[in-house]
Design a binder for this molecule. Structure first.
Ligand SMILES: Nc1ncnc2c1ncn2[C@@H]1O[C@H](COP(=O)(O)OP(=O)(O)OP(=O)(O)O)[C@@H](O)[C@H]1O
Ligand SMILES: Nc1ncnc2c1ncn2[C@@H]1O[C@H](COP(=O)(O)OP(=O)(O)OP(=O)(O)O)[C@@H](O)[C@H]1O
Ligand SMILES: [Mg+2]
Ligand SMILES: [Mg+2]
Lengths: 257, 257
């Protein structure tokens, strides 16, 4: 049974997609069969893995709302052991359609869908920058939530709301959900602000912040334009190496050696 | 009658809040009476203007959903001529409440509220990173939409969806809505990627991209931790000067000399 992790933070642009894509690619490189679920209508994870969201006929939308068996929407990527349940811009419509469902279905649909998926060691879910129905579905479907936090002052603000939402989901919808960890992203060691943010977050989430801190690295932001994860596009770059270390830290923490 | 501009882009972290706050502060510095409306439950614009969202009893939420007269929720900031209609984390609940209203009210509530506001030259609305009911309200309430676009590859992806949503709003809800302009943000001149993104966006939106390009500047991201706009906190910094130039460009374009 796969370990299912959701990457969530309603603050925009903090590195959710970049973290999902680079962790998944690192895991696949080391032989872990990995499925990325793109639950964001922006389709950034789909594009970052080299696929054209507009060209795909089946996506997580048809699975969530149209009842399509999930196996029929999953596609393989260029990399062995790395598959994708792609998104589509039309997923934005799912919010309205899911909200019309009875409560249990409204938030539990993705969990029901992913329960039927076999043959993976890891399932990593990318979510949109909101605490709406798609993100709640992703939290209900997961055993752990990983929170990317940008090393910026404004990124601190939303952490209280996010932990509040996680607690609500744990109490009412998914008692198994654990905070798997916080990843500090876009760290710029030249600024005191970044150092201050890291120490504040470590205080706020004692023992929960991954040791591997992801530096700001242009290579990581260039990689999606080539449809490749940073760890493939520029494996010796600072950003890629940091993600490989993070992947190793996560895998060791999960009991893999 | 004030000119009402909404700052929208569903891509997260592209500089919507930073642009609203710095343009508003620049306008107030030059004597234009300006109101910032924080329509994002993250409350980043409220914090960036030195106010504590959790300490305020009245916000845009009570106005939108609770029928509070807007005058009673507007607060002044430390700077003359710059007022704020603050947000609150509870605004996230407005999505559910507004969705329960009949269609016209659901999307037209903010427009109705702002029609009753007098005494300002400009009203600038900050919106959340989504195309949901709060952003649609903001688009219906505005005469112009300003689109901040980060100089990153992934930021290009969402532009088609955004222009599609703007067109829908123009056709069905607000025929007066115009694309006032696109602002390129977080430009890093050392990277070829940034230059490529700017030229792609200029091709996509001919004559609509503001000349003033906002560079990546640490001072801009430090300013919110002091509760001040960048143009006040570090007025001679690259980022602040770029926003002052952008404000001037916008004001001149609106016929002010
Ligand atoms: N460590 C990094 N260094 C430099 N650029 C980065 C880094 N991580 C991400 N980026 C870039 O910053 C932007 C935001 O990252 P990303 O899209 O992964 O964030 P997100 O949280 O998924 O955004 P959204 O909230 O819109 O879903 C992207 O253009 C990405 O390429
Ligand atoms: N030109 C800039 N240079 C450096 N940092 C910047 C710049 N503009 C914004 N920032 C910082 O980048 C982060 C994202 O900017 P901001 O919060 O304004 O974007 P946003 O689009 O409003 O985000 P959201 O989608 O979450 O509402 C913030 O931490 C901000 O301080
Ligand atoms: Mg993303
Ligand atoms: Mg914002």
């Amino acid at each position: 049974m796969a370990l299912r992790y959701t990457f969530a933070n309603q603050k925009g642009g903090v590195g959710k997609t970049t973290t999902v894509v680079n962790l998944a690619a690192s895991m696949a490189l080391w032989g872990f069969r990995t499925l990325v679920v793109d639950a964001d209508p922006q389709c950034n994870a789909t594009t970052s893995l080299g696929l054209d969201a507009r060209a795909l006929e089946r996506s997580v939308y048809e699975v969530l709302v149209g009842g399509l068996p999930v196996r029929q929407a999953i596609v393989s990527t260029r990399w062995d052991g790395l598959d994708l349940l792609p998104s589509t811009p039309g997923l934005a419509g799912a919010t309205v359609e899911l909200n019309a469902e009875p409560a249990q279905e409204r938030v539990g649909r993705l969990a029901r869908v992913l329960a039927g998926v076999e043959g993976y060691d890891y399932v990593l879910v990318d979510s949109p920058p909101s605490l709406g129905v798609l993100t709640v579905n992703a939290l209900v479907a997961a055993q752990g939530v990983v929170v990317p936090v940008q090393c910026e002052y404004l990124a601190l603000e939303g952490l209280t709301q996010l932990t509040h939402t996680i607690t609500l989901v744990q109490r009412a919808l998914n008692p198994n959900l654990a905070l798997r960890g916080v990843v500090m992203t876009m760290f710029d060691r030249r600024t005191t602000l970044a150092n201050e943010v890291v120490s504040q977050v470590r205080k706020h989430f004692p023992k929960r912040v991954f040791e591997s801190v992801i530096p700001r690295s242009v290579r990581l932001s260039e990689a999606p334009s080539y449809g490749e994860p940073g760890v493939v596009y520029a494996p010796r770059s600072q950003g890629a190496v940091a993600y490989l270390c993070l992947a190793r830290e996560l895998l060791v923490g999960d009991g893999h050696t």
